[in-house]
Design a protein around this ligand. Structure first.
Ligand SMILES: N[C@@H](CCC(=O)N[C@@H](CS)C(=O)NCC(=O)O)C(=O)O
Length: 221
């Protein structure tokens, strides 16, 4: 079955799904676009919420929201390793909780970015600080997770890559790319920084690192 993923080059949400597809060697077509550009975006055709990623099929309804796409990949291709979950229901609940945490950090980075983009005097300092607090809270939780990983191994849970590693890796990668924690975040969160540096060299991460796109103000919906 041919799969197409609507994605954007800087999107940390789409990156979650791209990494899962690559890790499982599932063939797919990557359709990159700028969801804010009214003339070119395909996203609203498939998702009434107008957000990507969206996974499109020739013969079934599209799936949107990165976490549901992740569920689809994990469930549909369960027999194609790596499983990306452990199969233990309680542990897998924890993996999904970590995924929610990673996505929450991404949400806070996006909200802070758009607030800042309003321009001087128009942005709410309180709102920006609220988002910063969430990013830092998320990173404190990442730091604990990384420190407590089994036998100081490569992965946050067990001895194989899971959706939790992918989510934390994509959240940290997005913060690094966007500069949301400013200079010196590596010194403030040293375990996370070290762990991330290793993960980011993995082929599926290396080949999906965020790349900025060029938002044209006259094209924005
Ligand atoms: N909860 C969604 C968030 C996706 C999201 O915010 N995507 C951004 C691109 S990185 C988007 O399409 N934004 C367009 C909009 O918010 O209208 C998910 O996990 O898929």
């Amino acid at each position: 079955m041919s799969l197409t993923l609507i994605s954007a080059t800087p999107s940390p949400y789409a990156r979650l799904n791209r990494i899962a597809l690559l890790e499982k060697h599932i063939p797919f077509t990557l359709h990159s676009e700028i969801p804010w550009h009214k003339s070119e975006t395909q996203t609203p055709k498939y998702n009434p919420l107008e957000k990507l990623p969206v996974l499109i099929f020739p013969d079934r309804d599209p799936i949107y929201d990165s976490s549901l796409i992740q569920e689809y990949i994990v469930g549909k291709y369960a027999d194609q390793g790596p499983r990306l979950v452990t199969g233990d229901w309680e542990v897998d609940m924890r993996l999904r909780q970590v995924q929610v945490l990673g996505q929450g950090v991404m949400d806070a980075v996006v909200l802070k970015f758009f607030e800042t983009a309003r321009g001087k005097g128009k942005a709410s300092k309180e709102w920006e600080e609220r988002q910063e607090r969430k990013i830092q809270g998320g990173f404190r939780a990442f730091e604990e997770l990384v420190k407590n990983r089994p036998q100081g191994g490569e992965y946050l849970f067990g001895d194989e890559l899971t959706i939790a590693d992918i989510a934390v890796g994509c959240a940290v990668g997005f913060v690094k790319f966007n500069g949301a924690l400013g200079e010196g975040w590596e010194e403030r969160f040293p375990s996370t920084a070290r762990w991330f540096a290793g993960l980011d060299e993995r082929e599926s991460f290396r080949s999906t690192r965020p790349v900025m796109f060029d938002i044209k103000p006259d094209q924005v919906i």
